[in-house]
Write a new protein. Structure first.
Length: 94
């Protein structure tokens, strides 16, 4: 069973893109699903997706994987202390 994605917004981290054409290929595949509106950003390695009821997160990931790339739901970093904020910022620059 896939993870359900209610009508609304889904963000994915996209892995394996090497150029803007890769992003366009993924975007075209996602937008081929009924009711889906997706924008893929090569620079940030993310997909921003509006998906209707009935389209699961697993469905969206499968579409990205079908064209040869990886995708996953982003993990959230809980940055509640100054040390955690500094660590999160340092990790982003690596």
């Amino acid at each position: 069973m896939g993870m359900t994605a209610p009508t609304g917004h889904v963000d994915l981290v996209v892995e394996g893109m090497t150029c803007a054409s890769c992003a366009a290929r993924i975007e075209k595949r996602l937008n081929g699903l009924d009711g889906v509106a997706a924008t893929v950003n090569f620079v940030t390695e993310t997909a921003s997706i509006e998906a209707p009821n009935g389209v699961t997160t697993d469905d969206l990931v499968a579409q990205v994987e079908a064209v040869g790339y990886g995708a996953r739901v982003p993990t959230r970093v809980a940055a509640t202390t100054p040390d955690a904020l500094n660590t999160a910022c340092a990790l982003r620059t690596l």
